[in-house]
Design a protein around this ligand. Structure first.
Ligand SMILES: [Fe+2]
Ligand SMILES: [Fe+2]
Length: 474
């Protein structure tokens, strides 16, 4: 169980380590001042119907109550230790899992933790303004839930930095509060986390595509031979599931509403659809293309010696590592990656160890395809002849073998000029953003009411009715 009477709620017996406790109590006000500065705009007095974990068991989410977000009980929650756990892959396979940082891997491990940790506050910063244009109280509550949990994910990584990396770790923890999404001088580490999230369609796309990258990274780190990292990631994954739910159902509800209006008014061209105040399916497709492609870049280069090192050393595994049936060492295995040669995309077998980024990206794509197929069913059920498609994985890429090439969504290699001629069909234009923004000029805060451009969800949060007062304004 989690002890909420402590200043910093935790299940790691923080009180036993006075030095660590003091270091974290010192970081806590800095964190709060970051929240006041970069958390959701004007929200500090709101009482939000939030869930708080009462234990780390899968059913530990029993606690729902009204909370002012600055008073949210951010804390440190690790899955319980399995005394028999081993390093399950790489050259140390079969050793007991490490309870301390192996000295020779210290800087590599710190880099992994900092890179993961940096994404957490970044997404809160990206979503800061969206509460001002919420489509309903239900959606407002959901974005706030996502935001406080991303804040907690930062706590999770900062705990590891403070507990296991001494002074270097404390400095990194401060730097995590100093960088800012999109800042020219001190940006967040990864590209997608410096892109703006200007509207709610972008927010749902982000939580569907980019939070799912978070899931896959956390799954790979949950396999780590460094046991405290594994245990903290396992608990973070239970929080991540809700974020992806918000994204998938959010986009699904927008599609549903558009389809309803198209059917009711018997219109199908984007201009007529927009005239009815909903988002045309073509614009939804362009948003999808954008968020998918920038998220694919987060997995890194197709061929990467860093990825090989992370695996060989036992620090970062593959998706579902222990469920895979191979030697978990990969010394002789190969894996296909793609290259652009002339005007063709060709597959090439490379050592599997160096292709682990590509492999994780492929695992991710599999799950994305399933989600997009569920959105397609909404369109099919409405009887509308429109297909949502995932672009080719080389489309609009800035990192890896496709960077610098001009690939169409169908996977054709084009000249720069030919590609640019089609860009406005493939990626959101300034006019698209302006249109979507125009729909979201105010917020809908009457209980049970939803903006015209989105359908209500199937059910409320924690079995509450749709007209429940999910947020109280004070
Ligand atoms: Fe997160
Ligand atoms: Fe998340």
């Amino acid at each position: 169980m989690i002890n909420y009477t402590d200043k910093i709620p935790n299940n790691v017996d923080l009180g036993r380590d006075r030095v660590l406790q003091r270091a974290l109590e010192h970081w806590q006000p800095a964190y709060l001042s970051w929240w006041y500065d970069m958390g959701p705009t004007d929200s500090n007095a709101y009482e939000v119907y939030l869930r708080t974990a009462i234990s780390v068991e899968p059913d530990g989410w029993a606690q729902f109550d009204y909370v002012r977000m600055p008073e949210y009980r951010w804390g440190i929650f690790l899955q319980p230790r399995d005394e028999k756990r081993q390093v399950n892959f790489g050259v140390h396979k079969g050793q007991a899992a490490w309870q301390d940082v192996p000295g020779e891997y210290r800087s590599m491990l710190r880099r992994i933790i900092v890179t993961q940790g940096d994404t957490e506050p970044a997404s809160v910063e990206q979503q800061k303004m969206l509460g001002m244009s919420c489509p309903s109280l239900y959606d407002l509550r959901n974005i706030f839930q996502v935001n406080v949990e991303e804040g907690r994910h930062l706590w999770a990584m900062v705990y590891l930095l403070h507990r296991y990396f001494g002074r270097d770790g404390r400095e990194e923890a401060e730097a995590l509060l100093a960088r800012r999404s999109g800042d020219t001088d001190n940006p967040r580490i990864l590209g997608a986390f410096n892109e703006p999230t200007p509207d709610w369609l972008a927010f749902y796309m982000f939580t569907f595509f980019t939070d799912r990258d978070g899931k896959f990274q956390l799954c790979a780190l949950a396999e780590s031979g460094f046991d405290p990292l594994s245990r903290t990631c396992r608990f973070m994954l239970t929080e991540e599931a809700h974020h992806m739910f918000v994204g998938e159902t959010g986009v699904g509800r927008i599609i549903q509403r558009t389809c309803e209006v198209m059917k009711e008014h018997k219109v199908d061209d984007p201009v007529s659809v927009r005239a009815l105040g909903v988002i045309d399916l073509q614009t939804i497709q362009r948003y999808l293309n954008f968020h998918y492609s920038v998220t694919l870049d987060l997995y890194g280069s197709d061929v990467s010696s860093n990825a090989a090192n992370y695996f060989t050393t036992g620090l970062k595994g593959r998706f579902r590592e222990t469920k895979l049936e191979d030697d978990h060492v990969l010394r002789d295995a190969s894996y296909p990656v793609y290259e652009v040669i002339g005007n063709k995309i060709v597959a090439k077998q490379v050592p599997a160890l160096t292709a682990l980024n590509e492999r994780l990206r492929d695992d991710y794509i599999g799950e994305i395809e399933d989600g997009v197929a569920r959105w397609q069913r909404v369109i099919d059920t409405a009887g509308i002849p429109f297909r949502l498609t995932l672009p080719h994985k080389g489309f609009h890429r800035a990192i890896g073998n496709f960077a610098g090439h001009y690939i169409s969504p169908d996977g054709e290699v084009l000249t720069e000029e030919a590609w640019k001629n089609h860009e406005a069909q493939w990626l959101p234009t300034p006019q698209d953003y302006a249109y979507v923004q125009s729909l979201m000029s105010g917020c809908v805060v009457e209980p049970g009411k939803f903006a015209n451009w989105i359908a209500p969800p199937v059910r409320g949060i924690n079995n509450q009715p749709l007209n429940f007062q999910y947020v109280r304004f004070n």
